[in-house]
Write a protein that binds this ligand. Structure first.
Ligand code: F0G
Length: 352
């Protein structure tokens, strides 16, 4: 027996009457782990990590892609198309393959992590690299959508955001209540918009005890922080390529999520993000991609500045798997000199 598919589990909140969802890759149902060691270090007794890297293509995108592609297929789309910093293209390519639809992706040249690129290529997606940013790529994709060439499966498609609400539902289900705060990276700003909508929806549906909702804490990279600076960024730059976005499509949704929830959106340096990526792995054993560490790096700052308190329940969304971007954590592996294979030599090399 396999677990009930995500869209069936939450069909009361997501589906039209009698709607069928034949395409599923086993998305959702990701673990929410109590990060005791890291929480101790940060001074938070109830720090939780929601590891979205266990989704079928290794990121949270699958939650919305499953709904978008089911509906595109049901409505007779001939192809799907998206712009992407990487994860959306990996997800679109996989779900389009399962639906038997061609998939076209437009990517910023040279700025997509290797794991994500290989996922899209291997799934048979047609890749177009542009000499420009994600924002340029999304502009072109919007036009193709308007011309009816293919179904757009970026988060400007409301089905994507509807599906991504399920992460909020799962958090409340797992904790039995709303956490005080939820922290996550912000790029195109779809996910913070979707999660907030999900928490509001669950509270209004009477599922969340007390109708409570968390403060939404969003984090951008300093070189790609349009919402923090209240101005688009022409040439966004960050090592966290997933959130290398200068003019987010869901900008107003993110601002509303921040303000209605009493939260904040702040910027972090690449160094803060990359240090936290390793710290999460070394204290909790979870390998997330750089952008995913931004939520936790931000929480570290807020706890240090006593803007988050020890007893508050805080959930950080680890949005994607670390294996997506193997190059950013260049290991020692390549530089080690081999030793003889006898036990004494190995013992010596280990320093034991
Ligand atoms: N984390 C990861 C791993 C992502 O891939 C993205 C976005 C985000 C966070 C930010 O989420 O855009 O909803 O604010 N990736 C998109 C893509 C842009 O094309 O894969 P957001």
């Amino acid at each position: 027996m396999t677990a009930q598919p995500l869209l069936e589990r939450y069909r009361d909140l997501l589906a039209e009457p009698d709607e069928r969802f034949p395409i599923t890759l086993g998305e959702g149902g990701t673990p929410l782990l109590h990060a005791r060691r890291l929480g101790d270090e940060l001074g938070l007794d109830r720090l939780f990590l929601k590891f979205e890297g266990t989704n079928p293509t290794g990121s949270f995108k699958d939650r919305g892609m499953v709904l978008a592609v089911n509906r595109a297929a049901a409505s007779g789309a001939r192809a799907v198309v998206c712009a992407s910093t990487g994860n959306t293209s990996a997800s679109a390519a996989a779900y389009a393959a399962a639906a038997g639809l061609p998939c076209h992706v437009v990517l910023p040249a040279g700025k997509v992590a290797r794991g994500k690129l290989s996922q899209a290529v291997a799934a048979g997606a047609r890749l177009v690299m542009v000499d420009g940013s994600f924002d340029d790529a999304l502009g072109a994709v919007r036009r193709l959508g308007e011309e009816g060439v293919a179904a757009v499966v970026n988060s400007i498609n409301p089905d994507r955001l509807a599906g991504q609400q399920t992460a909020a539902f799962e958090i409340v289900d797992a904790l039995g209540e709303s956490p005080e705060a939820v922290a996550l990276p912000v790029g195109n700003a779809g996910n913070i918009t979707a999660l907030w909508a999900g928490f509001v929806r669950y509270a209004e549906a009477g599922v969340t005890p007390g109708g409570r909702r968390p403060r939404m804490l969003g984090f951008q990279a300093e070189g790609a922080a349009p919402i923090v600076n209240d101005a688009p960024v022409e040439r966004p730059e960050t090592a966290a390529t997933a959130i290398r976005i200068g003019n987010p499509a869901s900008w107003s949704g993110a601002v509303a999520a921040r303000d209605e929830s009493g939260g904040s959106i702040e910027a972090l340096t690449d160094a803060e993000i990359l240090e936290m990526q390793l710290r999460i792995l070394r204290s909790e054993g979870l390998f997330c991609e750089p952008a995913s560490a931004a939520g936790v790096a931000g929480v570290e700052r807020l706890a240090r500045e006593e803007r988050l308190h020890r007893s508050e329940g805080v959930v950080c969304i680890l949005t994607g798997h670390g294996l997506k971007d193997p190059d950013v954590v260049a290991g020692e592996e390549g530089t080690l000199t081999p030793v003889d294979s006898d036990l004494a030599s190995i013992r010596r090399a280990m320093g034991l």
